[in-house]
Design a binder for this molecule. Structure first.
Ligand SMILES: Nc1nc2c(ncn2[C@@H]2O[C@H](COP(=O)(O)OP(=O)(O)OP(=O)(O)O)[C@@H](O)[C@H]2O)c(=O)[nH]1
Ligand SMILES: [Mg+2]
Length: 203
């Protein structure tokens, strides 16, 4: 899919204040610092679109970006960021849960996982929550340029094996690098398919 335009629309403190739900939408979520904003920029060929930072906790609101004037990318705050108060964290969790469960045009969630690490409890817990809520998602293993290929595929397989313990079907997964642009075409391909589905359903 060709990206002809990508524009920042709005940052919302909760799902009720998001743009009108009339276009297919894709949310990016994962631990703080896993590379959500960088992946969004890589997909859109625009390094200045979503704000990235070496300091975790940069993204704090629900950020909508309009792509090709026909679909939305949503940059969400990271989970598992240690340096926030308990009450602040509760507030974020509620905001994210409401958004994920109530946003009607959300086609799929991309859950980002750092490909350098063996399966982390927090990530597994999060995908299990999504399952419980029946929110469709796929997995994206990020920063693959930072480790050798063998380690990356071992980490990916271990994560999938962990999921197999409780899941009957495994979600689709992608391996990406924002620097090398790995995985870009595949992710955009999936989005295109979902966009077509959305159109058929809303004709
Ligand atoms: N080498 C490499 N570095 C990356 C990649 N993706 C992200 N980074 C770096 O990781 C850091 C965090 O990236 P962000 O995109 O800001 O991460 P985020 O998940 O949006 O972070 P929060 O919004 O704080 O939750 C930055 O220093 C990025 O340059 C990648 O694929 N390869
Ligand atoms: Mg971010």
């Amino acid at each position: 899919m060709l990206i002809k335009s990508a524009e920042y629309i709005i940052s919302s403190p909760d799902y009720k204040q998001c743009p009108k739900a009339d276009k297919p939408e894709y949310a990016f979520i994962g631990r703080s610092n896993v590379g959500k904003s960088s992946l969004i920029n890589m997909l859109c060929n625009n390094d200045k679109l979503a704000k990235t930072s070496a300091t975790p906790g940069k993204t704090q609101l629900i950020n909508h970006f309009l792509i090709n004037k026909e679909w939305y990318i949503v940059d969400l705050p990271g989970y598992g960021f240690a340096k926030v108060s308990q009450s602040q964290r509760k507030k974020w969790e509620k905001m994210i849960e409401d958004y994920l469960r109530k946003r009607k045009t959300l086609m799929t969630v991309f859950v980002l996982i750092d490909s350098r690490h063996t399966p982390q409890k927090l990530d597994l817990e999060f995908v299990n929550e999504l399952g419980k809520w029946r929110v469709p998602f796929c997995l994206v293993f990020t920063k693959s340029d930072k480790e050798n290929q063998r380690t990356v595929s071992q980490n990916v397989q271990s994560f999938l094996n962990k999921m197999r313990e409780t899941w009957q079907f495994l979600p689709q997964h992608f391996v990406t690098s924002a620097i090398k642009k790995t995985g870009r075409e595949k992710i955009l391909g999936l989005i295109q398919e979902c966009n077509e589905e959305f159109e058929e359903e809303n004709e």
